[in-house]
Design a protein around this ligand. Structure first.
Ligand code: AMP
Ligand code: ZN
Length: 477
């Protein structure tokens, strides 16, 4: 079997065939950096991480792009003031929009590291790509697919071929008409048309020159422009949360396809939402949990990652503290089982073959990680020789990214150490970093591996790679 993925346009699982053999270009809608990421956002970003890891597992090199929306798109509720999220947050905090965006971009990167996400190859910032957005809007205008009313430039959705194919939205009907921003856009010819360019109100921090006057680009233009710039007119996979399917994805797709004549994304993947105690997360419910909220309750990011892996990405996840506690316990059991795995303790490739096959089949079946995790648990308790178990852990953790690799441990379960700090055991936090570095190395992600080595060094330890065996860890002199 080969990798198959569920495509939102085809509405079924389809075999994944890269446009360029051995390579895959991936675009993921990134954060609007005006607040901390909540665990729902992180669950959606995890889909990209798992996808990239699964592609590598299949021998396909992924090139991943995730944008940073640092100038904010509009709140539905503040449309009348034409205010954006970054500016609103800045105003509330008495800071500039740029300061707010910078702060939360760093917070986002930190969360990504804590979640053990492989870094994207490019994190384009929307504010640095306005000329590209203007170019797309101009091209649409040239093609007669955009029209100007007042200081606004609109996309004429009737000029897009097969508008609605992605989301099922029908022009002039129901959801589409109901959810569009008619309130401030009285000039639009039809409710589904959307802004490519908006005029800047006096004193607006984020504003750029354009053929339509000083202003700023509409949100859907942002992603389209950045995706096309870094991945081309046609690329392999576009990822985002299910809520973005309409209007954001439908519109970016319509616009990019009309402007470039290319297909834009060949396949669309959407992650189902995370709910907390069966409810949508919201400020007023005080249930918009972040990784820090989880840490306050003793939940490590890897515990949360494990919890996510026990549910398929297209299944809505109902986060509860009880569910998290059960997941954390199962994860601890799993790590314990792998703790016994030692290199050099004998191997039994045949005994591992069936587990290997089932793990791979699960991953290839539209990233069925819950099933894959089930196989890992089975293997961990199947009495396999330590050497084999260790090999499996390294191989599988390249996909799971959980840090289950028993790195740098002696037979007694103590941490391997040498030289200056021979008597002192390596702290668990460092052992964890070592394990993650191992996983990164086996995934051939040397940038991540180097970053982890630097973190290990900062903690006062050195890793020494040993050919064919686990790395040695020693205290820096
Ligand atoms: P935002 O910062 O609101 O633009 O959202 C960033 C990403 O998180 C988008 O891909 C959203 O679809 C996704 N997202 C937002 N809320 C949730 C949620 N409750 N569960 C899962 N993903 C979400
Ligand atoms: Zn987007």
């Amino acid at each position: 079997m080969d990798l198959s993925l569920y495509d939102t346009v085809a509405r079924k699982k389809t075999p994944f065939v890269p446009l360029r053999p051995g390579h895959a270009g991936i675009y993921t809608c990134g954060p609007t950096v005006y607040r901390y990421a909540h665990i729902g956002n992180l669950r959606t970003y995890l889909l990209t991480d798992l996808l990239v890891r699964a592609l590598r597992f299949e021998g396909i090199a992924a090139f991943a792009v995730q944008n940073i929306t640092d100038m904010g798109h509009m709140h539905e509720e503040v449309l009348d003031r034409a205010e954006d999220k970054v500016i609103a947050a800045a105003r509330a905090a008495g800071k500039t929009g740029r300061e707010i965006a910078e702060f939360f971009t760093e917070a986002f990167f930190r969360d990504c590291r804590r979640m053990n996400f492989l870094p994207a190859d490019v994190y384009p910032r929307a504010s640095a790509h306005v000329p590209e957005m203007v170019a797309i809007a101009r091209e649409l205008e040239r093609k007669g697919a955009a029209y100007r009313e007042g200081d606004y430039l609109y996309f004429d959705v009737t000029r897009a071929e097969r508008y609605g194919e992605l989301s099922g939205a029908q022009l002039g009907e129901g959801e589409a008409a109901g959810r569009t921003d008619v309130s401030i856009h009285r000039h639009k010819r039809r409710p589904e048309d959307f802004t490519l360019w908006l005029p800047a109100e006096p004193g607006r921090e984020f504003r750029w020159d354009s053929p339509w006057g000083q202003g700023w680009p509409g949100w859907h233009v942002e992603c389209a422009a950045m995706a096309v710039k870094y991945l081309g007119d046609e690329f392999d996979i576009h990822v985002g949360g299910i809520d973005l399917r309409f209007p954001h994805h439908e519109n970016s797709r319509a616009m990019a396809r009309t402007a470039t004549g290319g297909r834009f994304a060949a396949l669309w993947m959407h992650a189902a939402h995370l709910l907390v105690d069966g409810r949508k997360m919201s400020k007023s419910m005080k249930n918009e949990y972040t990784l820090d909220d989880l840490a306050d309750r003793g939940v490590d990011p890897m515990d949360f990652r494990y919890y996510c892996l026990t549910l398929h990405y297209r299944t809505p996840m109902n986060f509860t503290w009880e569910g998290q506690a059960a997941a954390s316990r199962a994860f601890t059991r799993l790590k314990k089982a792998f703790d016994g795995a030692e290199a050099g303790e004998g191997t039994d490739p045949e005994a591992a073959a069936d587990f290997r096959r089932r793990f791979r089949e699960s991953v290839e079946d539209d990233l069925n990680l819950p099933r894959a995790v089930g196989v890992v648990h089975e293997a961990a308790h199947a009495g396999l020789p330590g050497g084999t178990l260790r090999e499996l852990a390294v191989e599988w953790d390249a996909v799971l990214g959980l840090g289950i690799v028993p790195a740098a441990r002696t037979e007694k379960g103590e941490t391997r150490d040498e030289g200056a700090g021979a008597a002192a055991p390596v702290p668990p936090a460092v052992a964890e970093l070592v394990a993650r570095r191992e996983a990164a190395r086996s995934a051939r992600d040397f940038t991540e591996a180097d970053a982890l080595r630097a973190r290990i060094r900062k903690a006062g330890y050195e890793v020494v790679d040993v050919r064919g065996g686990p790395p040695r860890v020693k205290k820096s002199r």
